[in-house]
Write a protein that binds this ligand. Structure first.
Ligand code: S2G
Ligand code: ZN
Length: 458
């Protein structure tokens, strides 16, 4: 595949209008590096189609010209999956941001791939319905990108990942065929589940242009607590108690003192509890009726009164979430982090953490490792500060340790370019060969997001 010949720019302008074909580096810069600042490269063009038909025409022109395409939503990805490696056309879905009416009978709605999670949440407020996936990147992340990466976030333990919310999909394939399964029928076993195949495919099998999404009943009564505990084993004991005693559990997040201190400094916040703790657990319960008693009951006997603060009104709940959600910004302010997004079997979480810091320091003596994440899913965000962006010794050490403890090298962020060379730590050679065969079948010219997800074939 080659980089974009000038004729292609004219042809694409004929499809989307000259205003939506960007070549000026000033204008393309924002589409070329990702949030972490670690991945990306120069695009030959950025194209912003206005609808599915234009996406199909743009893709067809690029396939004909054998110029690779990087589909991009909000560019909030963390593994380099939505940015160029060098010379590709970035196909931005941002203009496909429609939000359809709430189908109250079905508890579903149709959205354009470029609609952001935050816009969807505001669109749903007052409807009695909510969306099951939420995460800190809500104002930038698009629903198409969240489906393409099977995003997770804080409420997976209650509602599942993005895969569980997708009731239908419209997507354009490299063959110019369009998958359109948007009826939202609850059961549809007619043939292979191609929409399901595209969820988590990171733009390598097709370009998602619209989604039919499942909604969950809005839960008006929400209560949030932040508890301090001595170590991760105490946090896991608390989680176990919560899962058995609080059916209204909606999120259980974990962070450590070192990450909290970065957040407190960065956001100039007061210490959330009367004294510092090694480990913090952020708990949210949501139900139709006030779940405070249920939560208090579950905490009783495990956490003493002075070690926990409880919030019920929106503002004070948001204030507690800020301690968790500001971790990414506070860490980014310290330097470019190496972000390992791993998922461990819950029984392996503590043994993994017992070894983590020593293993990272062995690989990178300068490293400072900050750990936080979704305790309820066994999903830790291991952020390593110190090593240069191109030095992945610490990354490899964390991912190998994860595999030694039976964990996955990617819980929710996907593989992109960041983790492709380590896919074998979580997937066998046979499975990777099948993934490559599927990729060849759907994208024989290798135009769709080359160099992403699948390991480089040396
Ligand atoms: C989180 C979001 C992004 C990041 O905070 O839960 O998944 O930077 C992350 O890790
Ligand atoms: Zn996360």
């Amino acid at each position: 595949v080659d980089s974009a010949p000038p004729r292609l720019a004219q042809e694409l302008a004929g499809v989307v209008g000259a205003a939506h074909v960007l070549a000026d580096p000033e204008l393309t810069a924002g589409y070329e590096t990702d949030l972490t600042g670690r991945f990306g490269g120069p695009a030959s063009l950025v194209v912003r189609p206005g609808g599915a038909a234009e996406v199909a025409a743009v893709l067809a022109a690029c396939v004909a010209a054998r110029v690779p395409v990087v589909p991009q939503g909000g560019n909030s990805g963390l593994v380099g999956g939505g940015v160029p490696t060098g010379g590709e056309v970035v196909l931005s879905l941002a203009r496909l941001d429609s939000l359809g009416p709430v189908d109250t009978a079905a508890g579903q709605l149709t959205v354009g791939a470029g609609a952001t999670l935050g816009a969807l949440q505001r669109h749903l407020s007052g409807s009695g319905w909510a969306f099951g996936v939420d995460h800190g990147g809500r104002e930038v992340a698009t629903l198409g990108g969240m489906a393409a990466t099977n995003a997770g976030g804080a409420n997976v333990l209650r509602h599942g990942s993005m895969r569980a919310q997708v009731a239908g999909m419209e997507a354009v394939l490299a063959s110019s065929d369009v998958i359109r399964r948007m009826s939202g029928a609850i059961k549809d076993n007619a043939g292979l589940d191609l929409p399901g195949l595209l969820v988590g495919s990171e733009g390598t099998l097709g370009i998602i242009t619209a989604l039919r999404l499942r909604l969950v009943p809005a839960l008006p009564a929400t209560v949030t607590a932040l508890a301090g505990v001595e170590d991760v084993r105490a946090a896991l004991a608390l989680l176990d108690q919560l899962r058995r005693a609080a059916p209204s559990l909606h999120a259980v997040e974990l962070f450590h003192r070192d990450g909290l201190e970065l957040v407190i400094r960065r956001r100039r916040l007061p210490d959330p509890l009367p004294r510092p703790f090694p480990v913090y657990v952020l708990i949210e319960c949501a139900a139709r009726q006030d779940p405070l008693d249920e939560l208090a009951g579950a905490l009783g006997g495990v956490v003493s009164e002075d070690d926990v603060v409880v919030a019920a009104d929106t503002a004070s709940r948001r204030a507690l979430w800020e301690y968790r959600e500001a971790h990414n910004e506070a860490i980014n302010a310290e330097g470019i982090p190496h972000k390992l997004d791993v998922c461990l079997p819950l029984g392996e979480l503590a043994p993994f953490l017992d070894e983590l810091h020593a293993r990272v320091r062995e690989a990178a003596p300068v490293a400072r490792t900050i750990v936080y994440g979704h305790l309820g899913d066994g999903n830790l965000h291991v952020n390593v500060l110190g090593p240069a962006p191109g030095d992945d010794a610490a990354d490899e050490a964390v991912l190998r340790l994860t595999a030694e403890h039976g964990g996955s090298i990617s819980a929710e962020h996907g593989i992109g370019v960041a983790k492709a060379r380590w896919l074998h730590l979580s997937r066998g050679p046979g499975e990777i060969a099948v993934m490559a065969a599927i990729k060849r079948a759907l994208d024989p010219a290798g135009v769709l997001n080359p160099g992403k997800l699948l390991p480089p074939t040396d």
